[in-house]
Design a protein around this ligand. Sequence first.
Ligand code: DGL
Length: 263
Amino acid sequence: YDAGFGGLDILRGIVSVLPQLNYVYLGDTARVPYGPRKWKEIYEFTKQAVDFLFAHDCELIILACNTASSVSLRKIQQEYLPKYPGKRVLGVLRPSVEEAVMVTKNKRVGVIGTEATINSNVFKVELQKLNPKIEVFQRACPLLVPLVESGEQDSLKSKTVLKKYLAPLLREEIDTLILGCTHYGILEKHLKKIVGPKVEIISEARIVPQKLKDYLIRHQEIEAKIQKMGEIVFYSTDLNGKFEELGGKFFGKKIKALKATLG
Ligand code: DGL
């Protein structure tokens, strides 16, 4: 589940390591971006998505959205999940945090994400929980999701905006940069050019799939319940053709979507 297309980049990686499983993807494209919204609203939307996916026979939901994960994951797990005994909901922050802690040498880590993600401070808290010596430099990048959702990720405007957002983090001499939004994976090649070879980029699309595979090995009781016909069904809350056209770029191949109604 993601607010839009970003989670498709994660799904692509997951399908490549776990091709046999059945998947349901839900993009809430009618209400993207989530980043500037109030936490209460993001939590409500996340609950609706969880209801939708469990109603579609999912056993395990990945909130492939840092905004939903930062704001809602803990509350969903503690207060909402008891409604669904035996089912699981996981987020995407923890895998990148663990990776960044391993990768950084100078203990200066940059994080970029949506306003809601950065304001939640969850990345900083989680990084410093694993290593209190790590200094965290965060930057909200509110223009990036709308640029990506409108297919402008390779435009001059995107590159200029990226440079502006990254400048203060580079001045802090970070050696590791967490892409704290699943929409940013598609910008990685431009980001790499800006940050240069000395900064390691942590992209969730590369890390989350292996972590999920490990999780399912540890939790055989969940793995056993997931259907295994290698089928993927895509749902979007706004079927105007854009989801299929741009979503295919994130997923790496053509997709056909069904309309989802939430709430
Ligand atoms: N892809 C999302 C994230 O990882 C959602 C961004 C948004 O809707 O603002 O945060």
